[in-house]
Design a protein around this ligand. Structure first.
Ligand code: CUA
Length: 323
């Protein structure tokens, strides 16, 4: 219940569907809820009836030590109704809802996005467009997107409840799911499989844009990183190289910055959050992260390299400028 409240509060609820697939899921959920309510109320009603009747004198069986078994009632309410209800739900879930939420054949969608779950962020790639980003997946509205779900380490599970069901990210496998949204908006998602210490801090946004805006975004993301212009930014790029940040992070266009341990930072300044939605992406939060990443998100792969105050400030200027 508490989880349901949290999910509703964060706008991350399967009961606020924004795609055809998630509407199917929500409809099934409401049917299950209504049927469960009917069954529960019926069971309570029978219990109440039995309790009332046994207190009445003159009813067969009243006052006897051993109540008589009404075999007809047991068969109807104990076997027939549960079997009918469960088989019906099973058939609807498996042959209607699962079909509607299934991934399309890869060749029938205009866009493919490859998302890798990593401890603990989402590595997002647009094959063919040479775009790599993290934690914020942009897609065009009203467009079927083939999402390929892989993992770089352990099992994760990709779940954006307002758009579709979950899909597990399993080592050695390429699972797929359909992403499609009715209208532009920002939909929160969450890793749905326990994957270690920071599993709870492994969230992501799916940013749905009008197709023209999406194409503009894609072009901008495909460009190499903006060269530093201000002295602070230039000092930041030097600090990035001198501290060996490039062995873990890629910044396209910066020599030596080709690491793939952490998120791609080529356009990190254009994202709205840091560390898989753990922090907002502003100067204060970025400085906090650089000063003490293990305090912000204990156990993550970013080592505390004890950057000087000056390096932190210049890195903030540099990375913030990578729009
Ligand atoms: Cu990744 Cu839980």
């Amino acid at each position: 219940m508490r989880l349901a409240l949290i999910l509703l509060a964060t706008g991350q609820s399967a009961l606020e569907p924004h795609s055809r697939a998630s509407r199917e899921i929500a409809t099934l959920w409401w049917w299950m809820f209504v049927i469960a309510c009917v069954v529960f109320t019926g069971a309570l009603g029978l219990l109440g009836l039995a309790w009332l009747r046994r207190r009445r004198a003159g009813v067969p069986g009243a006052g006897e030590d051993k109540p008589r078994l009404n075999l007809g009632l047991v068969i109807v309410f104990g076997i027939v109704i549960p079997v009918v209800v469960n088989v019906t739900l099973f058939v609807i879930a498996n042959f209607v809802v699962i079909k509607q939420t299934e991934a399309p054949a890869a060749t029938t969608t205009p866009i493919t996005v490859e998302v890798a779950g990593r401890q603990w962020f989402w590595d997002v790639r647009y094959p063919g467009a040479h775009v790599v980003t993290a934690n914020e997946i942009h897609i065009p509205a009203r467009t079927r997107v083939n999402l390929v779900a892989v993992t770089g380490d352990v099992i994760h599970s990709f779940w954006v409840p307002q758009l579709n069901r979950k899909i597990d990210m399993i080592p050695g496998r390429r699972n797929r799911i359909l992403l499609e949204a009715d209208q532009p908006g920002r939909y929160r998602g969450q890793c749905a499989e326990f994957c270690g210490l920071e599993h709870a801090h492994m969230a992501m946004y799916v940013v749905v844009q009008e197709p023209a805006d999406f194409q503009r975004w894609l072009r901008q993301q495909a460009a190499p990183a903006a060269p530093p212009t201000t002295p602070a930014q230039q000092a930041g790029e030097r600090a990035f190289r001198d501290n060996g940040c490039g062995s873990c992070h890629t910044i396209s266009g910066v020599p030596g910055a080709t690491g793939r341990v952490g998120p791609d930072l080529t356009h990190v300044g254009s994202r709205s959050t840091l560390a898989a939605l753990t922090l907002p992406n502003d100067a204060d939060a970025l400085a906090e992260w650089l000063r003490n990443p293990q305090h912000v998100k204990p156990g993550n792969r970013m080592p505390d390299i004890e950057l000087s105050r000056r390096d932190v400030d210049s890195l903030v200027a540099y990375l913030g400028g990578l729009k």
